[in-house]
Structures are given as structure tokens and as C-alpha cells.
Ligand binder design. Structure first.
Ligand SMILES: [Zn+2]
Ligand SMILES: [Zn+2]
Length: 387
């Protein structure tokens, strides 16, 4: 009897594909990555054939799936939404808040804590958005940051990513508190100018949510602050090599040239693929609620994307595995680069890279078997097969 399980074939490493590669796992951990054929001591062998063995994906911006939104605030909803992504290849997930009441956000945090360690923490996204940049989030649920409120979230120890619009009063104190809580700090749903971004950077901000969506541009900053024209969030992110950002590569939010531009400018170590998926993922076209079931906003899904009629898009309905396929299809990103942008880059930015994010000795055996079109065929969570 053996407690080993191995994977053989084209292994996707962060910087290349290892043909005739072997990944040996034991009790949920990777104990060997090498180039050889398996022998009987390596235990049962899963073969990739002409497909690939890849690390499990990590999503840092995701609201729900299979009918549930994390903001529904119940353990059942949190499990349904996390499972919707797990079975499609996302083995680590950071459930993401919308705008809403403090009570709803606390219920969401508690619910997500019950799922298990594939949820290492949450992304505190709403409610600290700029007034006119709420997007599909409920406007009445947005507000400026106050220490009493956000310290109550950080005190749970379960907030790992923290968003606030940089121009809001109190934003810098929020960033400093998020830094003490060891969060990846991000600016989003914001109309911030370059000087506001520079101050935010000084306070610890290092990331911008969904590039080009609900963020400032030179014209929007001019409309807000007048002339001389100033730099916006876009210029600040593109000019600063420390800053990372993310794209929703669902083929609906951004045209191929923008995906390619973002990849060219930031590279695979600073550009993250996110789904920003809502509860309509895996569900038939129709009307759904974004955010908490009883108090969120209505949107439509046509099966390809979420949208609010006459208003705009309302987040995606795809899993991260689909974003990897679109990124590889629509840009010059190689397979290892497209997959890195859905795994190791997230792990590095959120402090998880010691244990997750790539196929490397000592890390968790969170492993995907992909076919040659990069479609997920099998998912292994800590060495256990799921589907
Ligand atoms: Zn958003
Ligand atoms: Zn979102």
C-alpha cells in the first residue's frame, strides 16, 4: 500500500512547461517535481496525455456562483458559491464583499470562516467606494471609512485583501490599518487622481481592482478637479512597477487589445486574472440579485455576462479557468504565463506563495488536470480528487 499519488505529463511550471514531468504527492503535499517516468513506488499515476498538469487557481475577486452570493451571509450560501468555483478549478478563493450594512458584512465573514482553508480569508471590497463609482453595487450601501467599523472587520483576522477609494476622507487611515492587518491593499471604485494615489501608495496601497472598470481616467479626473489635467489611477498603475492590477478576461468586459495592453504593460507578475463572478455563474439566463439576496441590486444574465439594462455590465458569470483560456487565446501570454496570472501571482500578492500557487516541492497538492484546450478535466484539493 502506498500513500502516494502522482501526476505525469506536461507539467505547467510558473516559467515553462516540463514535458515528461512527474509530480509526486504524499498526504496532500507535493514531495517531488522532476523529469522522469513514474515507477511503482510513486503510487497511482494520473496522466495528462496531450493536456496539462497545472496548479489549482486562486481568485481574489469573486462574489458568488451556482445561485449563491457570499453576501447572502449564510454558511450554506458560502459553501455553494465556493464549491461552484472549486469544481471548476479554483482551489483557493477570497470571497468578496459588496456594499451593504455592517451587519451583513459581519454575517458574510462568519459564513466564509466556516468553509475551510480553501477560503484563507475574504476581500473587504465594498462598502468604501466613491459616491459616483458604485457601479452595480447598491448606492445606499456605500459610505466613507470609519475606524470603528473597519477595525471590527480587521479584528476577525479574516480580512486578507482590503479595498477603499483613495480620495475618500479617512482613506489613508484605512490603508494604514489594513497594512497592520497584513492585507493586500487595493484602490477601487474610485475617481482618484495621481497625487491621491501617491499618498495611498505611501500608506501601503499596492493594487487596483478590475483595471478600466469603475476607475478614474485623465478626463474623469479633469471633470472632478479641473486643469491642469492630472494623472489618474491608470497612469499611476502603469508607471509604478510595484503596483499590481487585475483584468476580467471574460471576453465581454475588455476587448482583446486591452487585455494584451495590460499584459504588455504589467507582465505576468503584476497582472492578475479575476472572475468578479456573480451568483449567475452556472445558472440559466435570467434576472438575479447582485449582493445580499434580500437587499442587493437586480441585474440580468444572458449566460455570457451580467448587465443592468441601459446602465452597463454587472460582473462576470465565468470561472477563472475560462479567464485563463480567454487570456491565452486573446493575447500573447503563453500557457505558463496565463496560468501564472491565475495562481502564483495571486499567491505572491496575498502572502500565500510558500504553500500555494504553483507546482513545487513542499506546496499543497492543489492540482488540476487540463485538456489541451485548457479546459478543467479533474480537480485535486490537497491530493484528493473532487470530480
Ligand atoms: Zn467592482
Ligand atoms: Zn466585484
Amino acid at each position: 500500500m502506498t500513500d502516494r499519488l502522482s501526476f505525469h505529463g506536461n507539467i505547467v511550471l510558473p516559467d515553462r512547461i516540463l514535458p515528461n514531468g512527474l509530480v509526486v504527492t504524499r498526504r496532500g503535499r507535493i514531495i517531488e517535481v522532476s523529469q522522469r517516468t513514474p515507477d511503482p513506488e510513486d503510487g497511482p499515476v494520473v496522466k495528462s496525455g496531450n493536456g496539462f498538469i497545472a496548479p489549482g487557481y486562486i481568485d481574489i475577486h469573486v462574489h458568488g456562483g451556482d445561485g449563491a452570493d457570499f453576501m447572502d451571509g449564510t454558511p450554506e450560501a458560502a459553501r455553494i458559491a465556493a464549491d461552484a468555483h472549486l469544481k471548476r478549478g479554483t482551489t483557493t478563493i477570497f470571497p468578496t464583499t459588496t456594499t451593504g450594512r455592517a451587519k451583513e458584512i459581519h454575517a458574510m465573514i462568519r459564513a466564509c470562516q466556516s468553509v475551510g482553508d480553501r477560503v484563507p480569508g475574504i476581500h473587504l471590497y465594498g462598502p468604501y467606494f466613491a459616491e459616483h463609482k458604485a457601479g452595480c453595487h447598491k448606492k445606499s450601501g456605500r459610505r466613507n471609512p470609519t475606524a470603528k467599523e473597519y477595525e471590527s472587520y480587521f479584528a476577525t483576522g479574516f480580512v486578507k485583501i482590503a479595498t477603499c477609494a483613495a480620495e475618500l476622507p479617512g482613506a489613508l487611515d484605512f490603508y494604514r490599518a489594513a497594512k497592520r492587518a497584513k492585507c493586500l491593499i487595493t484602490c477601487g471604485h474610485s475617481d482618484a487622481s495621481w497625487p491621491e494615489m501617491a499618498a495611498a501608495f505611501e500608506a501601503g496601497m499596492r493594487h487596483v481592482d478590475h483595471f478600466w472598470c469603475a476607475m478614474s481616467s485623465v478626463p474623469s479626473v479633469r471633470a472632478r478637479l479641473g486643469t491642469p489635467m492630472r494623472g489618474s489611477m491608470a497612469e499611476f498603475v502603469l508607471a509604478n512597477p510595484e503596483m499590481s492590477t487585475e483584468v476580467i478576461a471574460d471576453g465581454q468586459h475588455l476587448a482583446p487589445e486591452l487585455l494584451e495592453f495590460a499584459f504588455k504593460m504589467k507582465g505576468a507578475q503584476r497582472l492578475l486574472l479575476v472572475t468578479d463572478a456573480n451568483r449567475a455563474l452556472g445558472m440559466p439566463p435570467g434576472e438575479y440579485i447582485f449582493g445580499p439576496k434580500r437587499a442587493g441590486t437586480k441585474f440580468m444574465s444572458d449566460g455570457k455576462v451580467g448587465y443592468v439594462p441601459n446602465q452597463g455590465l454587472a460582473s462576470s458569470v465565468i470561472p477563472l479557468s475560462e479567464a485563463v483560456r480567454v487570456m491565452h487565446r486573446d493575447t500573447s501570454a503563453t500557457i505558463p504565463e496565463a496560468i501564472r496570472m491565475a495562481s502564483l501571482t495571486q499567491a505572491e500578492r496575498t502572502g500565500l506563495a510558500r504553500n500555494r500557487g504553483s507546482i513545487a516541492t513542499g506546496k499543497r497538492a492543489d492540482i488540476l488536470v487540463l485538456n489541451r484546450r485548457l479546459e478543467v478535466r479533474q480537480v485535486y484539493l490537497e491530493g484528493r480528487r473532487l470530480n
